[in-house]
Design a protein around this ligand. Structure first.
Ligand code: XUL
Ligand code: CO
Length: 439
């Protein structure tokens, strides 16, 4: 094996030091082995680093070029640059203490000008990654294919009106699945940024949705034949880059999966900022997924609540995360997935240490929210208040209604006999106070 390059010599290994520590290179709340409701934090979360944001994205935006000078980006060939990037990624994962990463095919290595050469490149870099993964015990939380950056996908990938593009996308997904399986990826994600439309005027929506379902069935059948046992995730997002995306939000995706008979193999990957773009809270989207037993994974980040952009900032909002962790705990955690930091440092955070601060902050915010949710769960009246709120369905006629043993006529007769129903307070302020009290 070639000599490994190092990029973060000046940064110490990040350890848990507790909340009295003032060392910015330490974790204050995330203590991997500490148990929360009988399960270690490490197992609750399965934190993952996003290869695209942390090692690939140099900070370009629609108004200006990238600002970040990555020292692993200067090699002479694509393979050399990809191996340097892998060295940086694995050094970072080791120092920050995160066991998983997530990737798109062409985060690992740049796309070539032909499918054949791209496939060869992926084979070469995955050989290299596999060796590094073995020696470092690093794992892949999920892999995916980038079906949105290349100009050929301007009208969509699986939903493109041109079959040639759909076939190209299929080839790309096949190769991305092969790499994910080779690297023992635990899951595979579909995020369809261009699966949707810019104008309904030129779009046959029904036909495009049918194609998307066919495409997903084919991908799933292929992966299962190769022995892939993991879960497929769909990642809802309402818009951006398309005006309207078919995977709009959790409820829309569940409707789609049910309609096209995909519920056995597919679950949801819920992203904070995508929830807010859909005018939902993160907790709402988690709850919708959990109701269907389909809460698979999370993409952790946050948006900008003033301008409503998909800013992919690192998660920091403790109130938002604590609400989310209450849903997460009640759902019994994630089905196969983990917490992937699909987040990027700001365009002007140009030092290498900034990616450390960002991940430390994200891990600590999640840990603190989980600890708060646990306390609320164990030490407050939270459970009692919710139970009480629905107690009229626990016995008598309410129970009969709930279990389908009442007709509309019987209900009408009951209502005629009773007085104006009692007022029951929703207790929202009390419950909101609880989150603050236990933080
Ligand atoms: C885009 C987004 C993607 C997916 C993977 O908003 O979240 O990075 O997570 O394709
Ligand atoms: Co995402």
């Amino acid at each position: 094996m070639r000599k490994q390059k190092t990029y973060f010599k000046h940064i110490p290994k990040i350890k848990f030091e507790g909340n009295k520590s003032r060392n910015p290179f330490s974790l204050k709340y995330y203590n991997p082995k500490q148990k929360v409701l009988g399960k270690s934090m490490e197992k609750h979360f399965k934190f993952a680093v996003a290869y695209w944001h942390t090692f690939t994205n140099t900070g370009g935006d629609p108004f200006g070029a990238g600002t970040k000078i990555f020292p692993w980006n200067i090699g002479h060939t694509p393979l050399e640059r990809a191996m340097d990037k892998a060295d940086a990624a694995f050094e970072f994962l080791d120092k920050i203490g995160i066991n998983y990463f997530c990737f798109h095919d062409f985060d690992l290595i740049e796309e070539a000008s032909s499918l054949k050469e791209s496939k060869e490149r992926l084979e070469n870099i995955s050989d290299y990654l596999l060796k590094k993964m073995r020696s470092q015990k690093t794992k892949v939380l999920w892999g995916t294919a980038n079906l949105f950056s290349h100009p050929r996908y301007m009208n969509g990938a699986a939903t493109n009106p041109n079959f040639e593009v759909v076939a190209h996308a299929a080839a790309q997904v096949k190769n991305a699945l092969d790499v994910t399986i080779k690297l023992k990826g635990e899951n595979y994600v579909f995020w369809g940024g261009r699966e949707g439309y810019l104008s309904l005027l030129n779009t046959n929506m029904k036909r495009e949705l049918d194609h998307m379902a066919r495409f997903l069935h084919m991908a799933k059948d292929y992966a299962r034949k190769q022995g892939f046992k993991g879960t497929f995730f769909i990642e809802p997002k309402p818009m951006e880059p398309s005006k309207h995306q078919y995977d709009f939000d959790a409820a829309t995706v569940l409707g789609f999966l049910r309609e096209y008979n995909l519920m056995d193999d597919f679950k949801l990957n819920i992203e904070v900022n995508h929830a807010t773009l859909a005018s939902h809270t993160f907790a709402h989207e988690l709850q919708v997924a959990a109701n269907a037993n389909a809460l698979g994974s999370m993409d952790a980040n946050r948006g900008d609540y003033q301008n409503g952009w998909d800013t992919d900032q690192f998660p920091m909002d403790l109130f938002e995360l604590t609400e989310a962790m209450l849903v997460f705990l009640q759902a019994g955690g994630l089905k196969g997935g983990g917490v992937n930091f699909d987040a990027k440092t700001r365009r002007n955070s140009t030092d290498l240490e900034d990616i450390f601060y960002a991940h430390i902050g994200g891990m600590d915010a999640f840990a603190r929210a989980l600890l708060t949710a646990e306390k609320i769960w164990k030490e407050s009246d939270y459970k009692k208040i919710i139970k009480q709120r629905y107690s009229s369905f626990d016995k008598g006629n309410g129970k009969k209604f709930e279990t389908g043993k009442m007709t509309l006529n019987q209900m009408a007769k009951l209502a005629a006999k009773q007085k104006e129903p009692r007022q029951l307070s929703g207790r929202q302020e009390l419950l909101e106070n609880m989150i603050n009290d236990f933080l």
